[in-house]
Design a binder for this molecule. Sequence first.
Ligand SMILES: Nc1nc2c(c(=O)[nH]1)N[C@H]1C(S)=C(S)[C@@H](COP(=O)(O)O)O[C@H]1N2
Ligand SMILES: [Mo]
Length: 413
Amino acid sequence: MTKSVSAQTVTRRTAIAGGFAGALGAPIPFGRFLPTGMTPIALAQKEVTGVLADKPGLKLLSDRPLNAETPPHLLDDEITPSARMFVRNNGLAPIVDEAARDAWRLTIDGEVETPLSVSLEDLKNNFETHSFRLQIECGGNGRRFMTPPARGNQWSFGAISCASWTGVRLRDVLQAAGLKQNAVYTGHEGADLHLSGDREKLPLSRGVPIAKALEPHTLVAFAVNDGDIPLQNGYPLRLVAPGWPGSCSQKWLTRIWVRDRVHDGAKMGGQSYRTPIYPVAPGVDVPDSDMKIIESMPVKSLITAPQTGARISLGHRLEVRGHAWAGDRAVAAMDVSTDFGATWTPADLTPPANRFAWQRWHADIAFDEPGYYEIWARATDDAGVMQPATQPGWNPRGYLNNLQHRIAVFVRT
Ligand SMILES: Nc1nc2c(c(=O)[nH]1)N[C@H]1C(S)=C(S)[C@@H](COP(=O)(O)O)O[C@H]1N2
Ligand SMILES: [Mo]
């Protein structure tokens, strides 16, 4: 029996050949001779620099894989600028030069009537284009504040963005391929390289239930903020499945595999992106069989101005503002406190620009005495769920920590 090499496999090999080069920030002329499993010594020595040059102000959490978060005061824009979108990589970004971009293919296969292989031009020309402001938040945002600590990147508040994404609806692409009756889940693949250097392994391959894939705001995006997607954020093509853990939004997208069961790709099983099905005491082990896949992210908010540590003079009012979001839900109320949560005052809250966009809020605060204050912010979603002052349910991997954001303010005479 001869084994035919699918278009998808070829796309993946082509993209992966550049995988190390992307991480190095330089092409590798003899890359095709690099033995499978061998890592370039520059990467082994962690000598990668410069990959964050186009994202000044981001805080590096790890360089291999590259993970960097955005401090809250740099998230003040209504639409997150591309230079301020956080980066969360599980593996190494591919290098995508003009040739790789032109040769890029997205395969849609599995439980479909007609498997498709489309180029970026096909997507632009054959499907309706849409733009939405969409939240992408890492499931582990806030992990740093879990007690006892949980393994993984120690994100504080900055693994969230809400940029303006442009692309085609995943729904339209799936309908063009024709979903079969037994389609229940998607499985996503990208062109990034596994840290081991093994080109057959995927660093991450997650999916969503068909209902989420068919939502009108789930996009196959080829542009952000009216420009190219930054390489580290998935250039030239990525999925945006807003309001769900960022891991559902596959970067460097090469394949949508329609499944007849819950997808079982890399980081779908075990304890990855899962929480216990019942509340657990902090620090306990939870068997895999008692973990369920995270879907919507919880209600959360940020204070984006002023920056923590602000100084103002007595008699001046302080304008405080930020954003609030609630995954699949909308934010219904926003409150602020200057007395460590003893009393709360409603803030002004604006409706979202579209579903899955974060919502701007602001409050004008007066202080009666000089001294040290903290401003606490608290959002409540439209089902009445409110952000907690300390960690919500502890879970083994430290996901979904939506505790309130606080900043320090000094009032002087
Ligand atoms: N191909 C690929 N897609 C990926 C990842 C990855 O490692 N590889 N990381 C995911 C995770 S965990 C998150 S939180 C988001 C982050 O998107 P960003 O880096 O553009 O902010 O990308 C997701 N998409
Ligand atoms: Mo993530």
